[in-house]
Design a protein around this ligand. Structure first.
Ligand code: UDP
Length: 376
């Protein structure tokens, strides 16, 4: 085997960024990837209906960070895509985030100005100066009725916890608008890669200094792979330490069961993503991929998302209990000088794609520009 300088575990965003950076610096990089494909949860492919679908749920790129935006543009062309989400509530269809249309549709009001919307929110919200959990965060923004209709049960389905059992930050991901803006995000760059994410990752990783072993679980082979300058681990942090903290202290993760259906029609629904915040169905949302990039096909593929406990970990569950457990793992992780924990699962943080890019780029800069040298 040729000499390897850098071992990377996982070929998702964090792993691919670090591999690309180190390879271009002249280092020999080996990536071990448990799955049989690269791109982590961004992995997409053309399905039997000729539609580009994402295996692990829709990935909408958005950022305000110039550096990240420039970086991702090196590996793909991007087309502008301002994501919108609608929700079926009380047999009506409304925009989410909550905006003027949401309130008018659900409550038969006739709000038409920002001032009127501000007044409506002021009359309905239950103020919390420093919301300590997700319930307080939503009540503080939109009040009890919208909380019940749009957030309480969606959150229960998504996390198997009510908003009161989660950090405020989870629910604060979604803003409230006092105008008609119906975009899900308001970042300055909102776009999707032409040709999909997998192609982009292929480009990032196609470097003679990078070797990728797919279908290879690091924990099965780690005795064979030793003596690297650095290791970057992007898997679940507790797995690295063999779940050493006791059973009653297991970190929680949520997984998603994606159920695809083909429909023999042009479109199944009027928007790429339709949320179902009520308890009348078990799934949280339906994604119809054909909408992204206005794809053409005689048929359409829809995917219902059922969030579940068992299965591959996708989401860390941000609440005080898990943070406390994570802190113990982090303490262990910090002791390992040449092993770096990077990404959503290794840092047990619910962050967006652009943050994943940024963290990996920052880590590389930090390690390589500051004479931050380790032994070996
Ligand atoms: N959420 C909700 N109702 C919705 C959409 C989101 O209650 O219709 C809550 C839910 O707790 C969710 C959180 O807001 O986990 C953040 O939503 P986001 O769309 O950012 O989640 P993701 O895209 O990561 O699934």
């Amino acid at each position: 085997m040729k000499t390897i300088d850098i071992l990377i575990i996982g070929a998702g965003i964090s792993g691919a960024v670090l591999a690309e950076r180190y390879a271009n610096k002249g280092k020999k990089v080996l990536i071990l990837e448990k799955r049989n494909h690269i791109a982590g949860n961004c992995y997409d492919y053309v399905d039997e209906n000729g539609i580009l679908v994402s295996k692990y749920g829709a990935h909408l790129f958005h950022t305000n960070n110039e550096m990240v935006w420039k970086y991702v543009n090196r590996f793909s062309e991007w087309y502008p895509w301002e994501h919108k989400v609608i929700a079926r509530v009380d047999e009506k269809t409304v925009p989410i985030p909550v905006n003027i249309t949401t309130v008018n549709t659900l409550f038969d009001t006739s709000i038409s100005t920002e001032e009127e919307m501000n007044n409506w929110l002021e009359e309905n919200r239950i103020p919390f100066s420093n919301p300590s959990n997700g319930e307080e965060a939503v009540l503080n923004r939109v009040g009890q009725v919208l909380y019940e209709k749009m957030f309480k049960y969606y959150t229960k389905k998504q996390w198997d916890k009510y908003p009161a059992e989660l950090n405020a930050s989870v629910l604060e991901r979604i803003p409230v608008r006092n105008n008609y803006d119906d975009r899900y995000f308001s970042d300055s760059y909102q776009a999707l890669p032409k040709g999909g994410y997998t192609q982009m990752f292929e480009k990032m990783l196609s470097h003679p200094n990078i070797t990728i072993l797919l279908g290879t679980d690091y924990f099965d082979v780690k005795e064979q792979y030793k003596n690297f300058e650095k290791i970057f681990y992007t898997g679940p942090v507790d797995r690295f330490f063999e779940f050493k903290h006791s059973l009653s202290e297991q970190l929680e993760y949520r997984s998603i069961n994606f159920v695809s259906e083909t429909h023999d029609c042009e479109f199944f629904q009027e928007n790429s993503v339709v949320n179902y915040p009520g308890m009348e169905v078990d799934f949280t949302r339906i994604v119809e991929y054909k909408h992204f990039g206005n794809q053409k096909s005689d048929k359409t593929t829809i995917v219902k998302e059922f969030t579940v406990d068992e299965g591959e970990p996708y989401y860390p569950v941000p609440n005080p209990r898990n943070q406390e457990i994570y802190a113990k793992y982090k303490e262990e992780a910090d002791k390992l000088v040449d092993v770096h924990f990077v990404g959503r699962l290794a840092n047990y943080k619910y962050f967006n794609m652009d943050e994943a890019f940024k963290n990996a780029l920052d880590l590389f800069e930090m390690l390589e520009s500051n004479n931050y040298k380790t032994a070996g």
